[in-house]
Design a protein around this ligand. Structure first.
Ligand code: NCD
Length: 311
């Protein structure tokens, strides 16, 4: 009798979104991130990406995502090309696909792409021959942020099965929220949403997701995530005024009394302190915002290694 080969847990060339991934793939990625975090702590450098060239193509602003992808690729031994867009042919009107095909011809093998258009990474994956990692596309998806959020939650709470995770604020414009709305229920969490009506409308159709008042959403929550008000995506049109938004949906230590004692607070950053979260709460002992940034590097190491087929 032949022994069945183990199931593939990571069969993909690209990481475009969480939707369509299996729980086994997600868990394989998080487990590898933990292993890579331990490599970094021990100062080990196995360099599984030494034959890869990673191109960073950020068509939208980024600090933590871009820096952590660059550190992740370097930590694995890859050559890293940062396509500084102001100085590239993009400034002369070259199309996204032409630019990425040029990168491919120069020897780039993996492209980390951030773009204002939802779906741009899917187009790039189809048209360029590059392995594509989505670093945030429009309001659609930000899979590596959701993976690092899940790892940070798992570090703090253990398994997420049956846990109540509250997400508060500008859900409608947030690619982070959308990726988390796929990922957290997949890991067994109950996700509760609260925010201005225009920002939560329609989300109660998502499996495993509840839309409720801020009080109901925070009540007994095991963890609370708040999001930046995405003014560059016209979020201002959905709220009467910034003051009212803060008054109704801003996270404060007082409001957090509704959640479980010591329930952690997360925010993908950058924070608008004093708008969606007080500076005091963001800097408090229950804030995991710094841990989220720290977990960005090992999670992106794991994703790059898996996409390269080098894990
Ligand atoms: C997020 C993004 O770009 O979508 N930031 C990030 O990657 N950490 C969230 C945001 O900009 O508010």
């Amino acid at each position: 009798m032949s022994v069945a080969s183990p199931p593939h847990t990571w069969p993909r060339r690209h990481l475009l979104n969480i939707d369509g991934m299996t729980r086994a793939e997600v868990e394989a990625c998080l487990d590898l991130a933990v292993e890579m975090r331990e490599w970094r702590e021990r100062g080990e450098r196995p360099e599984p990406l030494r034959n890869e060239t990673v191109g960073l193509a950020f068509y939208e602003a980024s600090t933590r995502t871009r820096v952590s992808f660059e550190l992740a690729a370097r930590a694995l031994g890859a050559i890293v090309i940062d396509l500084s867009l102001a100085g590239s042919s993009v400034a002369k009107g070259e199309s996204l696909i032409d630019t990425l095909r040029t990168l491919r011809r120069t020897g780039v093998t993996i492209c980390v792409l951030r773009h204002a258009s939802s779906g741009a990474p899917h187009l790039a994956a189809r048209e360029t021959g590059l392995r594509i990692v989505n670093a945030g596309d429009g309001t659609h998806a930000h899979p590596t942020q959701a993976l690092l959020d899940a790892l940070t939650l798992r570090d703090a709470l253990g398994a997420l099965d049956g846990r109540k995770v509250a997400i508060v604020g500008d859900i409608a414009h947030s690619r982070v929220a959308r990726s988390n709305l796929h990922l957290l229920p997949m890991l067994g969490a109950q996700v509760w949403l609260a925010g201005p009506p225009a920002f939560v409308r329609g989300f109660d159709d998502w499996p495993g997701v509840h839309v409720a008042t801020i009080e109901e959403t925070l009540d007994g929550a095991d963890a609370v995530m708040t999001l930046r008000l995405q003014l560059e995506r016209d979020a201002g049109a959905g709220v009467p005024s910034l003051r009212e938004y803060t008054w109704r949906w801003g996270l404060t230590s007082e409001r957090m009394l509704l959640a479980r004692p010591d329930a952690p607070v997360l925010h993908p950053g950058p924070t608008n302190e004093g708008v969606e979260i007080t500076a005091e709460l963001a800097a408090s002992g229950r804030s995991l915002i710094g841990r989220q940034v720290e977990n960005g590097v090992p999670v992106r190491m794991a994703v790059l290694a898996l996409v390269a087929g080098a894990a």
